[in-house]
Design a protein around this ligand. Structure first.
Ligand SMILES: Nc1nc2c(ncn2[C@@H]2O[C@H](COP(=O)(O)OP(=O)(O)O)[C@@H](O)[C@H]2O)c(=O)[nH]1
Ligand SMILES: [Mg+2]
Length: 249
């Protein structure tokens, strides 16, 4: 064991503006967090100074890694790379803009303590606190997407898309080792794999303060994500809990 309690994975594409403040807040929060943690930034072939600002902001932090994809590979590919290199007992991935504030990890951690293998932040539960909403059209598109996913891919989850999810170390290879979708549809795929393998998923209401800068195009990316979600179901429907330790397909 590495002795690390937590890995914080931050996928970042052209984030030279938002990343420094985000990493600073993560560092400040970790300084008061009672455990040992590492921070892993995955620069996804950014054309700006994302890697440089990440390296500068993480200078002096005892366990920091900046990985870089060349060329751009997608948020899914970047999260997968970060999560498969994580050494902490729990690995969290979070969006670079910290739309869900890092302090909210305490709620996910409580879910793990209560037995969850996977804890996912949610904006769609009664107790979710949406302090700054996404633009109306994007929020509605998100709700339709979630309704579709709930109906056709996996029931029971209200919000698959919040960029704030944590996993017990033991499930990382079984889940992320099977993930094929490299762009926005990966959240659904990862959750679907986990469900087929019988892992316990807790959906946890969190705070969300939307940051209006976005790299998502709701219309074009949304349709692609629907296709990817169906593809995920097709690819992984044969999995059973007996496959947890089996050879990865
Ligand atoms: N690796 C990778 N990450 C991306 C890409 N596009 C966006 N991201 C990251 O995904 C996260 C969410 O992106 P954001 O633009 O805030 O999306 P939104 O909040 O859902 O509108 C941020 O950490 C981005 O840096 C990409 O092409 N590759
Ligand atoms: Mg965002």
């Amino acid at each position: 064991m590495s002795g690390l309690d937590l890995s914080v994975v931050v996928p970042a594409y052209c984030e030279e503006q938002r990343l420094p403040a985000g990493l600073r807040r993560i560092r400040e929060w970790l300084a008061a967090w009672p455990g040992r943690a590492e921070i892993i930034v995955v620069d996804d072939g950014s054309s700006d100074r994302t890697s440089a600002v990440a390296t500068a902001e993480l200078a002096g932090f005892p366990a920091a890694t900046v990985l870089r994809n060349e060329p751009n590979a997608g948020k899914g590919a970047s999260v997968r790379r970060g999560m498969l290199s994580a050494r902490g007992a729990i690995a969290l991935f979070t969006d670079a803009d910290l739309s869900t504030p890092i302090e909210e990890f305490a709620k996910l951690q409580a879910a793990h303590t209560a037995g969850a293998d996977i804890a996912i932040g949610s904006r769609a539960l009664a107790a979710s606190q949406i302090e700054v909403h996404q633009p109306l059209a994007r929020e509605l598109a998100g709700r339709c997407f979630n309704l579709f996913i709930r109906t056709f891919v996996m029931g029971g989850i209200r919000d698959t898309q919040c960029g704030f999810k944590s996993f017990r170390r033991e499930v990382l290879p079984a889940v992320f080792g099977r993930q094929q979708i490299e762009r926005w549809g990966f959240d659904v795929e990862v959750l679907y794999i986990a469900r087929r393998l019988g892992y316990q998923i807790a959906e946890v209401p969190v705070v969300w303060r939307n940051d209006e800068a976005t790299k998502v195009n709701a219309a074009a990316d949304g349709l692609k994500m629907l296709r990817e979600a169906l593809q995920a179901r097709r690819m992984h429907r044969h999995l059973t809990p007996g496959d947890r330790d089996g050879r990865l397909d």
